[in-house]
Design a protein around this ligand. Structure first.
Ligand SMILES: NC(=O)c1ccc[n+]([C@@H]2O[C@H](COP(=O)([O-])OP(=O)(O)OC[C@H]3O[C@@H](n4cnc5c(N)ncnc54)[C@H](OP(=O)(O)O)[C@@H]3O)[C@@H](O)[C@H]2O)c1
Length: 269
């Protein structure tokens, strides 16, 4: 279904999703205050403006890709214009309850995607407000599917998923970069080292996804007795790679929970 969609706050993630939505055949209008910074979107057939009101009025579905505090302020400012529309908030740490407090007459969904949406490889988790009309849910799912894979989740998991999959590309890109540097250290040409690193990450992820096997089982297929891999695994375990990831994602989850609490406190009245 071709939808009229507004993307409010076309920065890093807003630009990525605007392009994905357009590529899937939707009519898209994107906003940011410095609209000259997104004029390149016009070459892709996306309308661009700095006036949120115009964008909201010309659309049936409104995606909010602003920072959480900006999102609350804009939702408050345009509550009348948003009446009866479907709102999909991509803002981290912004609970549906708060959105509904501001927009009691709109239909609210909350989603967390990631930057891989830029190439259709995003993982987007989402949830709906309790009274979200059943008949509209498929429209939201279809739009979010243009970013990549989607999964409906309970809202209580959103902070953890923000930390795991929302921020996740930053961790995996660090892994790819580290593997590439390792390739350089052992004498590989730069391009080959980078390709070998990202293709290995891509292929390993595909192996987990398509086999349905636990990573630890698949890992055993590579680690042979007294072979090459066990030497590398020994070094990785010795440097605490698993606890580093666990600590990192736990810490990011706590940060997201803290921002959620602060937002709720700031806008409690
Ligand atoms: N980046 C990611 O990988 C990622 C992943 C998942 C979720 N998110 C979430 O997505 C949201 C945006 O993050 P981001 O990284 O894309 O931030 P960002 O690059 O700073 O984008 C936000 C954009 O909003 C625009 N903006 C600010 N106030 C505005 C207003 N009143 N009206 C219209 N546009 C306005 C800003 O441009 P102007 O200053 O020109 O207006 C800016 O380009 C956050 O809530 C974040 O948690 C981000």
């Amino acid at each position: 279904m071709r939808e009229k969609v507004a993307v409010i706050g076309a920065g890093t993630i807003g630009t990525a999703v605007a392009l994905a939505l357009k590529k899937s055949g939707n009519e898209v209008i994107a906003t940011r205050r410095k609209k000259e910074k997104i004029s390149f979107l016009e070459d892709e057939g996306i309308k661009v403006c700095s006036d949120n009101r115009t964008a909201i009025l010309s659309s049936e579905i409104v995606l909010i890709s602003l920072k959480p505090v900006d999102a609350v302020n804009e939702l408050k400012k345009f509550a009348d214009e948003l009446r009866g529309k479907i709102i999909i908030s991509l803002a981290a740490a912004l609970p549906i309850d708060l959105i509904k407090k501001i927009l009691s007459n709109s239909y609210a969904a909350r989603a967390m995607t990631n930057i891989a949406a830029r190439v259709g490889g995003g993982f987007t988790v989402y949830c709906f407000e309790n009274r979200f009309p059943e008949g509209y849910k498929e429209r939201v799912r279809e739009l979010l599917s243009s970013f990549g894979k989607i999964e409906e989740v309970e809202e209580k998991y959103m902070d953890a998923l923000t930390a795991l999959s929302g921020s996740g590309p930053a961790y995996i890109l660090t892994v790819i970069e580290s593997m590439m540097y390792a390739g350089l250290k052992v004498g590989l040409p730069r391009d080959l080292a980078l390709r070998a690193s990202y293709e290995t990450v891509l292929g390993s992820a595909k192996l987990v996804g398509e086999s349905g096997d636990h990573p630890s089982i698949l890992k055993e297929l590579v680690i042979t007795p007294a072979g090459v891999t066990i030497d590398a695994i020994y070094e990785l375990e010795d440097s605490g790679i698993r606890t580093a990831f666990i600590r990192a994602i736990e810490s990011a989850t706590k940060k997201s929970e803290k921002i959620t609490r602060e937002i709720m406190e700031k806008f409690k009245d």
